[in-house]
Design a protein around this ligand. Sequence first.
Ligand code: PLP
Length: 252
Amino acid sequence: MPEELAKLTLTVPYNDIEAAKSAVDLYGDDIACVIVEPVAGNMGVVPPAPGFLEGLREITAEKDILLIFDEVITGFRLTYGGFQNIAGIEPDLTCLGKIIGGGLPVGAFGGRREIMEKLAPMGPVYQAGTLSGNPLAMAAGIATLNCLQKPGVYDALEEKTARLCAGIKKTFEEKGISHRINRVGSMFTLFFTPEDVTDFASAAKSDTELFSHHFGKMLAGGVMIAPSQFETSFVSLAHTDEDIDTTLAVLE
Ligand SMILES: Cc1ncc(COP(=O)(O)O)c(C=O)c1O
């Protein structure tokens, strides 16, 4: 990213509402929007601390700053809808991707009517592309969303992921290996650290060499996990109970 563009962005630590307040106090009128993953996935899984998202909603509403939830990972994964439905917070805009395209390349965004009406053809902001609304991607997305509307699917995901994480915890406890597992529904990260992970600074304290060793051993055993300590693992409806048993056996 060009340095000049990066200079237009302020970064504050996740879960640090005081830092966000200070940034808004300092730059208030110059801030167009605050964008946040409501459950962080791109430093490994970090759930929002109580009051963090509520605080962001409050300070952005006060200063007429748009609040954007990046639900590319969380959208349709934790419930039918976004994490915003679980948290009870309404952002001004929401970004979606991944699940909404059923594995095909799709991105989507939506939000308040008066913002969406700024887009072409109603408004002056041009937004289009050769593959926008591509029929194949739309069909895959609709098929996936139909599948996710079936009763019990989110309970099944919760159950499978809870069992997997309980098994991982038990194995590491038995072997005396320091770790933390952060999990929200079917997304989780195993951090090799003795301390709670609540933001990027605490995630970065993880033992990445141990992670590499773990990754290599799992791969050799036929289980391919995400190749970085700072990624999220996802359990999907396609994972069987047998897959979970195999994963735990290889981990052992
Ligand atoms: C939270 C989040 N937002 C946005 C993106 C970017 O999505 P895309 O790769 O579809 O542009 C990703 C990609 O992994 C993501 O995890």
